[in-house]
Design a protein around this ligand. Structure first.
Ligand SMILES: Nc1ncnc2c1ncn2[C@@H]1O[C@H](COP(=O)(O)OP(=O)(O)OP(=O)(O)O)[C@@H](O)[C@H]1O
Ligand SMILES: [Mg+2]
Length: 113
């Protein structure tokens, strides 16, 4: 099992969700995040003062999957989120030790899907 964490542009959330649904990936968690990548944010003028805004709004996705769904999930996120410009986002894949469905106590493959 893997936990896939992705940071994407907020306006790409719908496209990513549609691509995930098309790949039969329905279970996900979504939250708002602040972050910066290798551009370290950007500058913007607020009331005439140049300010560094180095934390940009991003959407964070968390998706726990069986091994067979790892690449389809990555592909779907890329399909929905890529524009080819900087800031498109990043995908992290982490080993996932356990998954427990609270209602039944089921674990692992039974609980994740
Ligand atoms: N190494 C990292 N660790 C944690 N979060 C990261 C990391 N890299 C990127 N992120 C998160 O992903 C978001 C999007 O990153 P971004 O797409 O700008 O990456 P990048 O490496 O700068 O690539 P690009 O040059 O295409 O912009 C960031 O705002 C941050 O929230
Ligand atoms: Mg960047």
């Amino acid at each position: 099992m893997k936990l896939i964490i992705a940071y994407i542009q907020p306006e790409k959330l719908n496209d990513v969700k549609q691509a995930l649904y098309a790949a039969e990936i329905y279970k996900l968690s979504v939250s708002n995040a602040l972050g910066c990548g290798q551009q370290k944010g950007y500058h913007e003028t607020y009331r005439g003062v140049d300010m560094e805004v180095n934390l940009l709004k991003k959407v964070r996705l968390e998706i726990a999957v069986n091994e067979s769904y790892v690449q389809p999930t990555i592909d779907a996120i890329i399909e929905g989120a890529r524009t080819g410009t900087i800031g498109d986002g990043k995908i992290l894949v982490l080993p996932l030790e356990r998954c427990v469905r609270i209602r039944t106590g089921e674990e692992g493959n039974k609980a994740i899907g």
